[in-house]
Design a protein around this ligand. Structure first.
Ligand code: MG
Length: 271
């Protein structure tokens, strides 16, 4: 009898633990291996008002037209100056890239990466980029640049048109980690858009990663990264690393091989 009571207590404890295993940030909980939503248990309401709520209020955002920033966006580059950017070399001297008359900027070869003065955590990012004409070279040396989120995770920018390369380094990849779901580039010389949703990783007090970052990328309206897990940094050689970090800058890559990649209309919304 005593054994039976002990066994029943054990299973009861297991069941309680399972109920408390909250899945990420979702309100659902695991119970007997199935996700349930406790707020929808009990007697079901019979009046429509019982399932309607009015608080907290949802903020109003006025959308921009034709890719223009929405009303609550932080504009990082609107074509008028590079004041919001610095050289990555020392993190403080002015960004040495070319500011063009058409509201874009272009990589100044071998001057190094540039990055935003402002640092960000979770963001929605809109950025437009263009591979240059005339076409030069091939593979990873054709219009290579990149957008480093938190300053260390590269979303690849590359002139991929008629230009095969390794798939986990092609345009729209999380460099050397995650190939894109599609190659959705416009022809060389036209403007591409990336709309990126990024959730930063989390770290414990010892610096260990407790939750991976994720990234969703829409390339010219086509989903190419679908809430993809970021496994760490994106080095050219070696494994991804997971240094603990907080907010970081947005960094743009000078690949150092006369890439001539241009950028314009860059804005973020903090999430
Ligand atoms: Mg690159």
């Amino acid at each position: 009898m005593k054994k039976l009571v002990t066994l029943l207590t054990f299973f009861s404890l297991l069941s309680t633990m399972a109920q408390e295993a909250i899945l990420g940030e979702t309100p659902g909980i695991m119970r007997n291996g199935v996700i349930v939503h406790p707020e929808y248990e009990g007697p079901e309401p019979t009046k429509p008002e019982a399932t309607e709520f009015y608080e907290p209020k949802v903020p109003k955002v006025t959308p921009g037209k034709d890719g223009a920033p929405p009303s609550d966006a932080i504009v990082l580059f609107d074509g008028t100056s590079l004041d919001g950017w610095v050289s990555t070399k020392d993190g403080k001297s002015s960004a040495p890239w070319h500011l063009n008359d058409d509201g874009s900027m272009t990589v100044a070869d071998k001057t190094g990466d540039i990055q935003t003065k402002q640092h960000f955590g979770d963001i929605q990012l809109h950025i437009e980029w263009r591979s240059p004409l005339p076409v030069q070279r091939e593979n990873q040396n054709r219009g290579n640049s990149g957008i480093f989120i938190s300053g260390i995770y590269e979303i690849q920018v590359l002139d991929q048109n008629d230009n095969p390369t390794y798939v986990n380094g092609q345009v729209g990849s999380i460099y050397k980690q995650g190939p894109p779901l599609a190659m959705a580039s416009v022809p060389t010389g036209e403007w591409n858009t990336y709309d990126i949703i990024y959730h930063a990783p989390e770290f414990n007090s010892e610096g260990g990663k407790t939750k991976s970052g994720t990234v969703t990328v829409i390339h010219n309206g086509v989903l190419i990264q679908d809430h993809t897990e970021i496994k760490g940094t994106t080095p050219y050689i070696g494994w991804p690393k997971n240094p603990a970090h907080g907010k970081g800058p947005l960094r743009l890559q000078d690949h150092g091989d006369d890439s001539r990649v241009s950028y314009r209309n860059i804005w973020v919304r903090e999430l």
